[in-house]
Design a protein around this ligand. Structure first.
Ligand SMILES: Cc1cc2nc3c(=O)[nH]c(=O)nc-3n(C[C@H](O)[C@H](O)[C@H](O)COP(=O)(O)OP(=O)(O)OC[C@H]3O[C@@H](n4cnc5c(N)ncnc54)[C@H](O)[C@@H]3O)c2cc1C
Length: 321
């Protein structure tokens, strides 16, 4: 029987993404008795699995490994009946089942029909693409000062980047590190004036101007980065225990370009209820346009998106009060 001949789509909610945002949405939606499927990427993983220790998630004062936290989110959602699948979603198309309109979600050869969709595809920290970078992620290479800064108490670290995020995070890292070297490819910062002033006046911050990191190395843990002067080509070694890379984030939203409203950087624009520009399509977590990207904010967004999807489905099915 084709989906078109069904009176209702197979799912009330299809969630795209299996990270904290998607799994929290999955828990709320399935607990609200909505038939819910969460599709986790086949060729990507949740960012949370990249970190050894999460110590800022409320209720777990002893801290938890990121992978273990993701597994706990999943177990909790599954106990309320969440269904799961793996696959890289490549697009959405409008679909109807009798009087009901919804969406068909394409993932590889699979097609999933749903009244509502929640996009929770996260973002990826933009990489430098230099030797050693991937190998030392979690062992000295970090993309998150809030997360990993406290591990570098009285150590020396480098920060790569010259924009607001890089400078704000460099200043934050001086709470822990004894020295922070900002490596920037230009001879002046791009960050706003107030941040520049604070960084330039901070005695713990040094600058490697006109420089890029072109290699990262060490034994088991990161020990040094190689800096290349972009004006002279000269190379030098900078001994550090950590390197924080802030050269931008790339949202995982390519599948929705041209279909849904995105901001200039490619993040999905949502209102306070996580509603996107399309009917019945909600978004949550790191793929949305917002200021603070953390596990706890992703979970909060996921709960809100699920509740909005619930209200939408009830309205569509004529079950609303
Ligand atoms: C190294 C590191 C350390 C961090 N440490 C901390 C910390 O200590 N504390 C903290 O609060 N935050 C930390 N963060 C940030 C935190 O991991 C993110 O804010 C959080 O994971 C965002 O959740 P999310 O569900 O929105 O996205 P993600 O966790 O990135 O999950 C996205 C999901 O979408 C899937 N996906 C992507 N594209 C597709 C597609 N086309 N089709 C189907 N599925 C798709 C992926 O496979 C994944 O399952 C850290 C991040 C990094 C990288």
């Amino acid at each position: 029987m084709s989906e078109q001949s069904l009176a209702r789509p197979p799912y009330d909610v299809v969630i795209i993404g299996g990270g904290p945002a998607g799994l929290t949405a999955g828990m709320y939606a399935s607990r609200a008795s909505l038939r819910t499927l969460a599709i986790a990427g086949a060729s990507t993983v949740s960012q949370v699995t990249a970190t050894d220790l999460i110590e800022n998630y409320p209720g777990i004062p002893e801290g938890i490994n990121g992978f273990d936290l993701a597994e706990r989110f999943k177990a909790q959602a599954l106990q309320f009946g969440l269904e799961t699948a793996d696959g890289d979603v490549t697009g959405l198309t409008r679909q109807s089942w009798g009087d009901l309109a919804g969406w068909e979600v394409a993932a590889g050869q699979q097609r999933y029909g749903a009244l509502s969709v929640i996009i929770a595809t996260g973002a990826n920290w933009r990489r430098l693409g230099v030797a050693g970078e991937e190998r030392f992620i979690g062992k000295g290479v970090s993309f998150c000062a809030t997360c990993d800064g406290p591990f570098y108490r009285d150590r020396e670290v480098a920060v790569v980047g010259g924009g607001d995020t890089a400078i704000q995070e460099a200043i934050y890292l001086t709470r822990f590190a004894k020295k922070v070297t900002v490596v920037h490819r230009r001879d002046r910062l791009r960050a706003t004036a107030i941040l520049q002033k604070r960084a330039l006046e901070n005695p713990k911050i040094a600058f490697a101007w006109n420089s890029v990191v072109d290699a990262i190395d060490g034994l088991d843990l990161l020990q040094w980065v190689r800096l290349k002067d972009v004006t002279t080509g000269a190379a030098r070694q900078l001994n550090v225990d950590g390197v924080f890379i802030f050269v931008g984030l790339t949202p995982n939203t390519a599948a929705f370009q041209g279909l849904i409203a995105l901001d200039n950087a490619g993040y999905v624009t949502v209102d306070a209820n996580m509603q996107t520009s399309l009917p019945g399509v909600f978004a949550c977590g790191d793929c949305t346009a917002k200021r603070f990207r953390q596990v706890v904010t992703a979970c909060g967004d996921g709960a809100t998106a699920a509740f909005s999807a619930q209200l939408y489905c009830e309205e569509m099915k004529g079950e609303a009060y």
